[in-house]
Design a protein around this ligand. Structure first.
Ligand SMILES: [Fe+2]
Ligand SMILES: [Fe+2]
Length: 212
């Protein structure tokens, strides 16, 4: 990603946050992201989707844009009145909060490091990659919730959606407390399923991996 694209994504991200989120503490959170974290330049992963400079912000925008469409589409075809009522309660602000901040746990953890691979002639060559050093290993969605909550109040649907955005990939064995909690979260708020689906779709259908 070029510095121009990174800057453009940063501006788009800030504009979307300010347009859709009217909540006390937002500016403090945005200021924190800008001044005290690498959010706008961090990769989205160390070796998978959007493992490049600026990947994390770009991924967050993809998840927002996907979730807005998933919510609208599922509402268009839903026929069960209970589901429709729940879906209609999900606001654009809920979606913006739950998607644009779902991966804040990834800020300040990816460190550039020298890695090694074999070239076409079977010789070892070094390249620049990422390794993970997490000063607050507090869980994935849990840590994102914690970071946001230091600055801005989260509503229950948003908490559940951020906490469980990894869906089945963040579960223990059958009948484990985490699995039961996940199914409860799905039951309590459709935002949980929407954000998980949007994260999964963005990661696997929109975001390429840079091969070393
Ligand atoms: Fe995530
Ligand atoms: Fe994500």
């Amino acid at each position: 990603m070029t510095p121009e694209q990174i800057n453009e994504n940063k501006q788009i991200y800030l504009d979307i946050c300010r347009k859709h989120i009217q909540r006390e503490g937002l500016e403090d959170l945005l200021n924190y992201l800008d001044k005290e974290t690498d959010f706008f330049t961090a990769p989205s992963s160390s070796k998978f989707h959007m493992n490049e400079v600026g990947g994390l912000c770009h991924h967050s925008l993809n998840v927002f844009n996907t979730a807005v469409r998933v919510h609208q589409q599922i509402l268009d075809i839903a026929t069960n009145s209970e589901f429709i009522e729940k879906l209609e309660k999900i606001s654009l602000e809920n979606i913006a909060v739950a998607t644009l901040f779902h991966d804040l746990c990834k800020t300040n953890i990816y460190k550039v490091t020298e890695k090694w691979k074999k070239d076409n002639d079977n010789r070892w060559v070094s390249y620049s990659g990422y390794e993970v050093k997490d000063d607050l290993p507090f869980g994935h969605g849990e840590k994102s919730c914690f970071i946001v909550h230091r600055f801005m109040k989260l509503y229950k649907d948003e908490l559940l959606a951020i906490r469980w955005h990894m869906g089945m990939f963040d579960l223990g064995e059958n009948a484990s407390p985490s699995r039961i909690a996940f199914y409860n979260a799905l039951d309590q708020s459709p935002l949980t399923a929407i954000v998980h689906a949007a994260d999964f779709l963005s990661t696997n259908c929109l975001e390429p991996t840079t091969k070393p």
